[in-house]
Design a protein. Sequence first.
Length: 305
Amino acid sequence: MSIVGAGRLGTALGLALRRAGHKIEVAATAHAATARHAAKAIGNETLPSTAIQLQDTRSEAHGRLLESDLVIIATPDTTIQNVANDLAQALPKRNHISRKPVRTVLHTSGAMSSELLAPLRGRGFATGSLHPVVSVAEPESGAEVFRDVYFCVEGDASAVRIARMLVAQLGGRSFTIKSESKPLYHASAVMASGHVVALFDLAMTMLHECGLSTSEARRVLLPLLSSTADNLRNEPPSRALTGPYMRGDLTTVQKHLKSLRASKLAEANETYKVLARHAAALGKTLNQDKNLERIAELLEPENKR
């Protein structure tokens, strides 16, 4: 197995797969220094390589690439197409090679489908995508970060089988969607992760406006975020919802909106109202308090009032 694009995700996958019993032949990146760092993290048997070395038919990296039965492309989305084109040139067609061929190529993009790998499919390789629904902050956690995590897999039937096998070996779980649904799927993942981080930062800004330092605000809010995640782990969103939009507390919502307007925190104010509209709708699924109707009216955009 070889990994092209050994950043945080690629390195974490390489480390986890190596500990699951796979030999990672090559860790290739655009720059020699990052390739060396990734290879060192994955294991002593892994050869660091630049993209240029991988293309050089005289290099050890190219030879190891030919010996790999699987290639994982973990580069940024914008470069996957170029990498696929380069690999299509570097790898002989499956039917015309006597040595053990690369049989499967997977990329790790959440938003892009396996169609980006069409140049490789045209040369006889099974192609697919493998995307973990997890946030990888640092690669050295790779041995454990994928355990009990869901992976979205799609592509050719044989590539999906290989992807599912890898996920099982990592202690994860897999699901499959249609290729054309990848962008919406990835937007969902961003909403539940990156946007939550952005929302948390806005909440910290609001507490800072109350007089707390940034570090104090973070310490105060983190247990609340953890308890919310625990609630969601045990209940559906409608039952995990707490606060004024579950209770129908009109007076509290009015005070929230007044204080946000006075604070001049325009971004926090707009974000609060957008999310509050959905929270009010969620609250109404379990609570028929008439105040929730009044809250919904209060939160309507001005051009709809």
